[in-house]
Design a binder for this molecule. Structure first.
Ligand SMILES: Cc1cc2nc3c(=O)[nH]c(=O)nc-3n(C[C@H](O)[C@H](O)[C@H](O)COP(=O)(O)O)c2cc1C
Length: 214
């Protein structure tokens, strides 16, 4: 029997969000909320849903891990040849959403992406576990494969190729930086009268802050 979804309802009442609480810099505000999610022991606190679209407007969303945030933007790593990588190569507009249910908060970041420098990608790749490094060579992310056995055969090939040596960062793998032009913070409130505050870039690292109806 399918669950009665209409009866599932959560009342959000943990906290409020006031204009006076906000850091003038959205990146510092994102860092603050990330820190609070980490300190609250939230599972996968850096998991963010990333939406991209083809130039024709065909949308697609998936979860990636946020690996860095500062005034320049939000960094994540992926296979440049994946579906998202291909979307972003032809249409750099993207939107990322972080949702922390324990804190009753979400952040939406809208902007354009650019590849991070090769040095940045290589530095992060070096810090990954060896098995993940090998996986990046073995998996043509988003391509169709005949079965699990094909993936395992490719992994065995790659393992053989690198032996005991260092695993180099594949040329098709690296980071993207989402450079925001809008950042919206959402804090759940009772009776669906949630708080929503939005930063909009007005240039020179300056931001206008507005309240939105929930
Ligand atoms: C919790 C979680 C974290 C993930 N982190 C990443 C990531 O950092 N980079 C990545 O390429 N895929 C990550 N994935 C896998 C993606 O969601 C997705 O399946 C993959 O990138 C292929 O997406 P695409 O075909 O739209 O390009 C993650 C999935 C989950 C559920």
């Amino acid at each position: 029997m399918s669950p009665d979804l209409s009866a599932i309802r959560t009342e959000y009442a943990r906290a409020g969000l006031d204009e006076r609480d906000l850091d003038p810099s959205p990146s510092r505000q994102i860092e603050r909320w990330l820190r609070e999610a980490i300190d609250a022991g939230h599972p996968e606190p850096t998991a963010m849903t990333l939406a991209t679209a083809t130039p024709e407007g065909e949308p697609s969303a998936r979860v990636v891990l946020l690996k860095g945030v500062d005034a320049r933007g939000l960094v994540f790593f992926t296979n440049y040849g994946s579906a998202k990588g291909r979307d972003l190569a032809s249409n750099p507009r993207a939107c990322a959403n972080l949702f922390w249910v324990l804190l009753e908060r979400q952040i939406r970041v809208t902007g354009s992406v650019a590849k991070v420098s090769r040095e940045e990608s290589e530095a992060y790749f070096r810090a990954r576990p060896r098995e993940s490094q090998l996986g990046a060579w073995a998996s043509e992310q988003s391509g169709v494969i005949a079965g699990r056995a094909e993936l395992e055969a490719r992994l065995a090939e790659v393992r053989e190729r690198f032996g005991e040596g260092d695993v180099a960062c594949p040329p098709h793998w690296g980071g993207f930086r989402l450079v925001p032009d809008r950042v919206e913070l959402w804090q759940g409130r009772p009776s669906r009268l949630h708080d929503r505050l939005r930063y909009t870039s007005i240039g020179d690292q300056r931001w206008r802050i507005e309240r939105l109806a929930p």
